[in-house]
Design a protein around this ligand. Structure first.
Ligand code: NA7
Length: 539
């Protein structure tokens, strides 16, 4: 039987980033009442928080933007090939205003728990401000790189100078002039910020545990002609992006790296190096599958790093030795390696001299003490699952998502989990997620969810839930796809390897954006195959 009480709203959307904003837009367009919660003071998600100097997206601006509103994509003009955080945030604020989305959200409100009640079929969402809202559907747009990681280094909180995490960067300008700045971490955030900070600070000490591959962005202003050309062909550009492996309109070279001779291989690497950025990982289709192909790309990049860094000993230490190139996301930088040619930038190799402790006035390694005025944690995130595990999510029969996912995320299509009816996860584990253009990724999933809700309405159904077998099979499929690549050999955040105690599972679906979209479409066309749909009578 169905509880005849009504809930407060049809859907709760948690998170006002790229996926949450579009979810609100789309669900409202279906005539649903939607209530959004957002822990930050404004919209933007990742782009609200990551305001560190040099923060940019590594996907080209013209692709990393919504496609659902043709007028918007014609009217908005990106200024650079790779947009700054500031410009992306301005864009998302513009979209929120244009579609009146801000009003749906309660800001500065963090969701503590979401609990499902089987009798009523409602989720109760409670917050740290004491709010409690009931809804039929819960959309978890909580972000994949949103739960920051501050590693538990001895003395971490004893530093008395200025201290920041790149993913929680303050809104007021940070002044580096005349200061000795320590940066812990050389992932994307460290690599993007270090050259910018070095231009202002008196001294920058880079504490590097693992070196990373990074490729110059080749960023530049977009000319009027380029903009006009893109706008004239936007629908075609988007079509190609949807047919691609990564949600951008680029296809790799048609042959494997070892199927061509050395001269051709070099020409292709030169071409993709010139294009700039992480796409270099995809120059040849087998680069992250075959170690031989990977070695050829690695050697090419190693030589480039040696060209850029004057001191051969420093260059040596900046070259990764612990993972095949591309199995951690290649960073897209602007002057990173050259920054080590400056007199005011020093590299501390934590592999040879680990951090012993953070002190009141600096960082002590096994062999030295580095006095600092400012300490920056560029130490990343509890990626993909961290934002979900920080919420107490309780589904049917009191089962908790934390327990269900204790050995790694268990989803069907990345969208849903067994035991958690009417709850949808956005752009996370089990989907191409961070391996694809997140904006098109979000659109694809929200559109799919919207169609799914149409289907439920047409069949007068009250709930949809991923079937247990479908989850088992999807988890196996995700693992099998990853096992066919070199990715599991890297200690990456894709693998959960950056968080002590986190299960080692390759979390995204690596079968490609287009394939994933096709699979989702087939599941829908087959009457949501693999999902259990509960009728109005509870059957
Ligand atoms: P990342 O890529 O996770 O980088 C974090 C960095 O912090 C990385 O170099 C880590 O070294 C380092 N780290 C983490 N914990 C420690 C400790 N305890 N000691 C020393 N160094 C540490 O995060 P980002 O924010 O840079 O980028 C995240 C993604 O955002 C990026 O991939 C893009 O897709 C956008 P490690 O490699 O673990 O040895």
């Amino acid at each position: 039987t169905v509880d005849t009480r009504t809930c407060d709203v049809d859907a709760v959307v948690i998170g006002a980033g790229i996926s949450g904003l579009y979810a609100v837009y789309k669900l409202r367009a279906r005539g649903m009442s939607v209530h959004g919660f957002e822990s930050a003071a404004g919209v933007g998600g990742t782009w609200f928080h990551n305001r560190y100097p040099g923060a940019r997206c590594d996907v080209e601006s013209i692709d990393y933007s919504y496609s659902f509103d043709e007028d918007l994509q014609q009217e908005w003009t990106w200024s650079e090939r790779f947009a700054t955080q500031e410009e992306i945030l301005a864009y998302l604020e513009h979209v929120a205003d244009r579609h009146n989305l801000r009003g749906a959200f309660e800001f500065l409100t963090r969701v503590d728990s979401t609990v499902y009640d089987e009798d009523s079929g409602f989720w109760t969402v409670t917050t740290d401000t004491g709010r409690s809202v009931t809804a039929r559907f819960c959309i978890m747009a909580t972000g994949v790189l949103s739960a920051t990681n501050r590693p538990d280094i001895p003395g971490r909180d004893s530093f008395t100078g200025e201290s920041y995490h790149t993913g929680e960067w303050p809104h007021d300008p940070v002044d580096f002039a005349g200061k000795r700045v320590g940066v812990i971490g050389t992932g994307s955030s460290g690599i993007q910020s270090i050259p910018v900070i070095a231009q202002e600070a008196e001294q920058v000490v880079v504490f590097q545990r693992s070196p990373n591959y990074s490729i110059p962005a080749g960023n530049r202003p977009l000319s009027d002609e380029q903009i006009a050309e893109v706008k004239a062909s936007y629908p075609e550009r988007r079509r190609l992006a949807r047919l691609s492996g990564g949600g951008t309109p680029f296809t790799p070279y048609p042959k494997g790296a070892m199927e061509v001779d050395e001269a051709e291989r070099r020409r292709v690497y030169d071409e993709w190096w010139q294009r700039g950025g992480y796409l270099f990982a995809k120059a040849f289709p087998d680069q992250t599958v075959s170690i031989e192909a990977n070695d050829s790309a690695r050697e090419y990049v190693e030589a480039k790093i040696r060209d850029m860094v004057n001191d051969p000993e420093v260059a040596d230490q900046l070259i990764p030795t612990d993972h095949p190139i591309g199995t951690k996301r290649i960073v897209t930088d602007d002057g990173y390696f050259e920054a080590f040619n400056r007199d005011n930038v020093a590299l501390v190799n934590l592999r040879s001299t680990p951090i012993a402790e953070i002190t009141a006035d600096g960082v002590r390694t096994s062999d030295s003490h580095y006095p600092l005025d400012m300490l920056i944690f560029a130490t990343g995130f509890d990626a993909m699952t961290g934002a979900l595990s920080r919420i107490d999510i309780r589904g049917r029969d009191g089962r908790t998502l934390r327990e269900e996912w204790a050995a790694g995320p268990r989803t069907y299509l990345g969208l849903a989990s067994h035991g958690f009816p009417n709850m949808f996860f956005m752009v996370g584990a089990g989907s191409p997620s961070v391996l694809a253009n997140m904006v098109l990724m979000a659109e694809q999933q929200v559109d799919w969810i919207s169609d799914c809700l149409d289907h439920l309405d047409e069949h007068n159904a009250r709930a949809i839930e991923a079937g247990e077998q479908a989850v088992d099979e999807w988890v196996a499929e995700c693992n099998e796809k990853a096992a066919g690549t070199l990715f599991p050999s890297a200690n990456s955040w894709y693998m959960g390897a950056n968080i002590p105690g986190k299960p080692r599972v390759f979390m995204p679906y690596i079968g490609g954006f287009a394939n994933y979209g096709n699979i989702c479409a087939e599941v829908a066309a087959a009457g949501y195959k693999g999902f259990d749909i509960v009728g109005a009578e509870g059957t």
